[in-house]
Design a protein around this ligand. Structure first.
Ligand SMILES: [Zn+2]
Length: 269
């Protein structure tokens, strides 16, 4: 079973991406590994502790502790995966995103599901030290894992399942470049995936998200849908939000060459 670790995620409800290994070891050292039966008894390199810690605090990394899942929870994850595999992006939406400066990691939901399966990337629930993070990608082991906040482990209504599938899609986007690097452009590209899945769900299941007011929706899937499709041609609110959450990252990373949008967001932070 996967052991605890620290992965990089961000300050508010957001979707993160993992940190390199040393910081994960530091997390284990800090005692978070104990909950799951102390699988990690390695002694971390104490010499690096201080500086690693400082970097983590600065960039908002979190501790993660994967939990044992029940059959019902596995069923939820499977249903989310099944829904995701049906998602199509509309040609107009793809063009719209392209014009904004987005480079979509996948052409549709099925491509993302196939990618996760082909790489044996598991989806599981984990306790996060930051309750405001929806999901993150843990790349601290050779096979990454998509981790969903365990606060959501018993959410199993149909809208919840769709929202969880959007989080999976976002993390699959991060997984695709097969590194643990992240950038403003990469976040934009992955957030756009959520939004296009959200658009598909809204069209396919009218009013499905209408009365959803948990943070998973109003600070996550529904929020970014509104911000990307804001009538403001300048997309000021989108830039502001992404700048607050991800402005500390570099503009570009591998396979995510910074667009003007990413550069403008960086300039704001
Ligand atoms: Zn992300």
């Amino acid at each position: 079973m996967r052991i605890d670790g620290r992965v990089n995620s961000f300050y508010s409800l957001s979707y993160g991406k993992s940190w390199p290994k040393p910081e994960r070891e530091q997390a284990a050292k800090n005692g978070h590994a104990k909950k799951n039966g102390a699988q990690n008894s390695d002694t971390p390199n104490a010499k690096n502790s201080q500086s690693t810690n400082a970097a983590e605090t600065q960039k908002g990394g979190i501790y993660v502790t994967p939990i044992q899942t029940t059959k019902a929870q596995e069923g939820t994850i499977q249903r989310a995966m099944d829904e995701l595999s049906k998602v199509e992006f509309s040609a107009n939406d793809i063009l719209y995103m392209k014009n904004l400066g987005v480079n979509l990691p996948f052409k549709n939901g099925n491509e993302a599901v196939k990618y996760l399966n082909s790489k044996n990337i598991d989806v599981m629930y984990a306790e996060f030290s930051n309750q405001n993070v929806h999901a993150c990608l843990d790349t601290s082991e050779s096979t990454p894992a998509v981790l969903i906040n365990s606060n959501y482990k018993d959410l199993a209504s149909f809208p919840d399942i769709l929202a969880i599938s959007e989080a999976m899609l976002h993390e699959a986007g991060h997984a695709k470049d097969e590194d643990s690097d992240n950038s403003i452009q990469e976040e934009i590209d992955c957030l756009a995936l959520n939004v296009l899945a959200h658009q598909y769900y809204k069209k396919t299941y009218p009013d499905i998200f209408k009365d959803q007011n948990s943070p998973l929706f109003f600070e996550g899937v529904s929020l970014y849908d509104t911000l990307f499709f804001d009538f403001d041609p300048e997309k000021k609110a989108l830039k502001q939000r992404v700048s607050e959450k991800y402005g500390f990252l570099n503009v570009s990373s591998k396979n995510h060459i910074g667009s003007n949008l990413a550069q403008e967001i960086k300039n704001m932070s």
